[in-house]
Design a protein around this ligand. Sequence first.
Ligand code: SF4
Ligand code: SF4
Ligand code: FES
Length: 284
Amino acid sequence: MAKRVFKVWRGNLKGGDFTTFETDVDPGMVVLDVLHRIQAQQANDLALRWNCKAGKCGSCSMEINGKPRLACMTRMNSFAEDATITCQPLKTFPVMKDLVTDVSWNYAQNKKIPRFKPRPRDADGTYRMYQEDVDRVQEFRKCIECYLCQDVCHVLRDREKPAQHAKAGPGGASTRGAFVGPRFMIRLASLEMHPLDTDDRIPEIRKEFGSGMCNITRCCTEVCPEHIGITDNGIIPLKERVVDRYFDPIAIVGRALLGIRKRTKTRSEEAGEPAPVPQNKGPG
Ligand code: SF4
Ligand code: SF4
Ligand code: FES
């Protein structure tokens, strides 16, 4: 057993600060274990979110020593023996209390994505797909919705107007733009690349989900606990499909010669309605 120093951010939407705790740490502990010990012995009202303690529910996301990580998968022996460990809430989302943030903005993005639209079954009542097509989208389905990638994406963090909520938190005001974020780019990729799906999401991917705003820094890929190739396997192929649809003159002429019609307007533009204004409301 060894004594370790933890600095844990405590506060709410109105403001807060780091509180220092000194606590015993046993061999084999992860950061979540230590936070639970602090909660049990020194700060009964410390708020933190967790469920599985196995890296599979995505609930214990926070920033540990400045990096977005899962507390239940961050082993204490990965830090130097005399290192102080800082734990703070995700900076991109509004703080609710202590280490808990309101991630409901993400659910609102998810709802905007057109649902899976499979083609009819084959004549014998089955679906046939190539294994390589299945494997390609299977990777995206490993997502545990921890939102670490959304937290680290500078487009979501820094761009556009400040959200109406979330002045507090160690990172100050959180911000929202018209970009749906890496987690939902891979959800879009999982649908767009699905071998059975028949829907065409390319106009929305460009205009409403903001594929052009990602500048391929790959920060999202680096923090993903499921090691999903978010940028290389999801976002870049989607960007290529957008370029092919809108900007590749050879592809455009080829489609015209072959009489292949592809949508360039979003569904709402085709219906004569103004394109939905990207939400910039923080949570909800
Ligand atoms: S690669 Fe794109 S989505 Fe990922 S963090 Fe960078 S800007 Fe955001
Ligand atoms: S893509 Fe990875 S980092 Fe992003 S929410 Fe899913 S599991 Fe978390
Ligand atoms: S508690 Fe489920 S991922 Fe950490």
